[in-house]
Design a binder for this molecule. Structure first.
Ligand code: NCD
Length: 316
């Protein structure tokens, strides 16, 4: 593995290697000194063209726990606002000494472009490209599910037999796409639910079921429901009549939450949550919600990805 661009082309063996390595990394995060010398002398560049709280800080924490140096680049305060291209920006950062580029970009396919057009000689990690993919998010979701289902005995186990329902704005969600491919590779059954206007046109070719009856799905007691954020910033027109109607149909309201409260069904959310829209405050704050566990596991998963891509590279 030289880059991590998408889960669609991630093999079963590579996905399992990342999850198992992340399991080892998690034990480092439990120590009082949370640092390994593994990537000393290497530099990770965080190149973010879109806003981020979790993903950027999580990659930074992961790189630092492996003793790498980190350069944080926010496009909004850079020469990108003066018209500098992606290619020139990346080559400038590499000239400063980057070994890995973690990139979030609003254009679907931007990470592929960087890795495959010879614009960069670094390892490229896609931290979210438009509505396309967000592979480390899907990996940390899979890690969280596996840990909740198998605890300390997770190593070597995939997600065969697990049923995950992904709910909401599938159309604009790179998290949904990355999860669909990875969950499928790991043997899980995936059902998508949400307003028909927010279902992608090509969804029939995906390895998923589509079911618009959310209450019926909850009654099936899936292992997890993954609530997606309504991505208003990517919506040029109206995709549902009103936010109240969205919440009534597809939100995890208090009434819906009551039907699964106390059952083993996990509530997952990649964050940031829109409380009162796709998830009620009670559901968001319940112990069934793994959102903060997902964030914590994200650091271990990103440590594993950086380790597998960079350890043994020149400069190490
Ligand atoms: C997601 C993203 O940016 O794709 N957030 C994240 O990385 N945790 C989901 C979202 O913005 O809704």
């Amino acid at each position: 593995m030289r880059h991590l661009l998408a889960t669609r082309d991630l093999s079963y063996d590579n996905a399992m290697a990342i999850l198992d390595t992340a399991q080892e990394m998690a034990s480092v995060s439990d120590r009082s000194i949370k640092k390994l010398p593994t990537l000393r002398g290497q530099t990770v560049v965080n190149l973010f063209f879109e806003d981020s709280t979790r993903t950027r800080t999580s990659f930074e924490a992961a790189a630092k726990r492996l003793s790498a140096d980190v350069l944080n680049f926010a496009a909004k305060t850079s020469s990108v606002s003066k018209g500098e291209s992606l290619k020139d920006t990346v080559q400038t950062l590499e000239a400063i000494g980057g070994d890995a580029i973690v990139m979030r970009h609003w254009a679907s396919g931007a990470a592929q472009q960087l890795a495959n057009f010879g614009w960069s000689s670094s390892a490229v990690i896609n931290a979210g490209d438009g509505t396309h993919e967000h592979p480390t998010q899907a990996l940390l979701d899979a890690f969280t599910l596996r840990h909740r289902l198998h605890g300390q005995h997770s190593t070597g186990k995939d997600l065969s037999g697990t049923h995950v329902v992904v709910v909401g704005d599938i159309l604009h969600s790179r998290v949904a796409r990355s999860n669909v491919w990875l969950l499928h590779t790991l043997g899980a059954k995936v059902t998508l639910s949400g307003p028909p206007t927010l279902m992608p046109v090509g969804v029939k070719t995906w390895p998923v079921d589509v079911n618009y009856d959310l209450d019926g799905l909850l009654a099936q007691r899936p292992d997890a429901i993954m609530m997606l954020r309504v991505q208003a910033e990517r919506m040029a027109g109206a995709f549902f009549p009103s936010t109240a109607e969205y919440t009534r149909g597809w939100g995890l309201t208090n009434d819906r939450y009551k039907t699964i409260a106390g059952t083993p069904t996990l509530i997952m959310h990649p964050g940031p949550m829109n409380r009162g829209l796709e998830i009620s405050a009670t559901a968001a704050d319940s112990t069934q919600n793994t959102a903060l566990e997902q964030v914590a596991n994200g650091v271990s998963v990103r440590m594993a990805v950086l380790y597998l891509l960079l350890a043994g590279q020149p400069g190490h």
